[in-house]
Design a protein around this ligand. Structure first.
Ligand SMILES: [Fe+2]
Ligand SMILES: [Fe+2]
Length: 284
């Protein structure tokens, strides 16, 4: 089965068209990052780039597209609408598409309380084993064909203060994952586990404090070996670490739409294991 993994597409609204009152104080702090930090410019063409990547998915005969969070800049409704429109038909089909939320999609308490991510992509959060969900529908699992499965985890939380962008899967979801990988329904399948935060960066070192996946070692230890892959985003670095007998394959998708860094992974499975992968860049 052929998977396409993209991440951190950060569809960004025109913030000049929103009043400061409606943006709320958390986004005021983000305005500097958007303007002076060049972030709005870097992601100005995000919807077009998503469309281009999904055209590649058709050309390459991809079976399933995985987007590992940060679909928006700062969780505005217009950004969710833009991301949903850019995903097109793929976002209609849970058998062919998986999307999980990133910290930018849970940027404000209001966005979380009103289930803004779920209102947009909730149809993709369905699970073939709903009894294993322990937290807001997570983990969910999609059993694909005879030999593959995708598991979605939630690591993105509303931060106590903007800029605190660490994530945690947490004990309840980890226990559910531990039980899930031993269920007979998953026996012999290649399993792609999707989480937003990064267990470590492209140099193999833990992500920095207050930015990383707090319980990364505990999560990785649950899914060791060639059968498993952990697919993540968040750190905007595209890399692959092969599996060992103590941890799974690890794929960082980078930011698939950031100007000058556009790209994604193609990951192929065969016979219940990760068989091949290819890092693809749109920048030549
Ligand atoms: Fe991101
Ligand atoms: Fe992120």
């Amino acid at each position: 089965m052929r998977f396409l993994h993209l991440s951190d597409v950060h569809v960004t609204a025109d913030y000049r068209r929103h009043s400061l009152v409606r943006l709320g104080w958390r986004r005021w702090l983000a305005l500097g990052e958007l303007t002076f930090g060049g972030r709005a410019r870097a992601f100005a063409r995000a919807p077009e780039t998503i469309t281009r990547i999904l055209e590649d998915a058709r050309t390459l005969e991809v079976d399933h597209v995985i987007l590992s969070g940060d679909v928006t800049a700062y969780a505005l409704p217009a950004e969710f609408d833009g991301a949903r429109a850019a995903m097109g038909q793929w976002a209609e089909e849970p058998r062919r598409c998986t999307v999980i939320p990133g910290n930018h999609d849970r940027y404000t308490p209001g966005a979380h309380r009103t289930r803004r991510f779920e209102q947009t992509f909730g149809n993709l959060l369905v699970s073939d084993l709903p009894d294993i969900a322990v937290e807001e529908g997570f983990p969910f699992v999609r059993l694909l064909g005879e030999h593959d499965a995708v598991i979605g985890l939630q690591s993105a939380r509303v931060p106590y203060f903007p800029g605190l962008s660490y994530g945690i899967v947490g004990r309840k979801q980890r226990d559910a994952l531990a039980a899930l990988v031993h269920r007979p329904e998953l026996e012999g399948r290649a399993v792609l586990v999707v989480v937003h935060h990064a267990p470590f960066g492209e140099l193999g070192k833990p992500d920095r404090l207050l930015h990383g996946l707090v319980d990364a070692p505990a999560v990785l230890a649950l899914i060791p070996g060639e059968r498993f892959a952990l697919l993540h985003g968040h750190i905007h670095q595209r890399y692959h670490f092969p599996a060992t007998d103590r941890r799974p394959h690890i794929f960082g998708a980078g930011s698939s739409t950031q100007a000058g860094h556009e790209g994604y992974w193609i990951i192929e499975t065969a016979g219940g294991r990760i068989a091949r992968c290819e890092k693809r860049s749109l920048t030549g």
